[in-house]
Design a protein around this ligand. Sequence first.
Ligand code: UDP
Ligand code: MG
Length: 309
Amino acid sequence: MTQLTIVVPAYNEAAVLERFHRRLAAVLDRLPLACTVLYVDDGSTDASWAVIATLAAHDARVGAIRLSRNFGKEAALTAGLDQVREGAAVVIDADLQDPPELIPELVARWQAGDDVVYATRRARAGESWFKRFTAAAFYRLMERLAETPMPRDTGDFRLLSRRALDALAQLRERQRFMKGLFAWIGYRQSAVYYDRAPREAGRSQWNYWRLLHLAVEGITSFSTAPLRLATWAGLAAALLAFVYGLWVLTKALLYGDPVRGYPTLMLVILFLGGMQLFALGVIGEYLGRNYAESKRRPLYFIEESRPPR
Ligand code: UDP
Ligand code: MG
């Protein structure tokens, strides 16, 4: 029976996979647990799948799935985690930026009763100041906007207990921001600190465009603040228009109507414009609710229950 599955998403990682597996295997050999390794080939266009096949031929613990095309890391992770039918799982990057040597520490926390043990970076070696700066800004923004707080400087490298996996499996929304989902399920979560190494080989698949996309995804999946903005902007515009309209009307009543038709025209335009913006905001509110519903997330997870005796 498998007690721990290591899920490794890999997209064009042929250059590093063998080295990764050697380091991982050395760690697993020393773990007193029945482990398996599940590689998820996310539609690689290089030799990754062939390398994984060789690894599987030499190591009985290795399993693999291959996605039909490149779906992106979030989908690859979900596909991998869905395969884990028993025991806990560890999610780790293939590029050796997440040290496999940290796994025993994650396991120790799990055995002490934690459900989600995430690895938080202390230092980001080999990353430009711009990446560091944008990452810090993103985490700060998320902290303010998101309804569920997310740990900072934490990637996907983490251990998930059985019940955390079962909970995660129920979140079937299509727009998946895994870091947010991991935090959202709750249960006992704790952090283990480590220094993040620079990539060993190959290139990061994330460019700033993809990272920006991920950031927008994170904000829009975990907050409806942008939608609510429309309501307030619409309401403010309608109020301003109303006040200005009153002023135009008063002026026309007091000093006459030198440009014939201007006050009534202005009143109608301002009133209708304000009402339209407000109506858009109201639609935004309902859209936000609809959006939240359409995700069909379960309403809660029960951590513990005591049946009557
Ligand atoms: N990855 C993936 N699909 C993708 C992009 C990346 O499965 O479309 C994998 C990649 O092989 C690696 C992990 O996700 O194991 C992290 O990717 P990367 O190193 O490019 O991201 P970064 O470390 O810069 O956040
Ligand atoms: Mg990386």
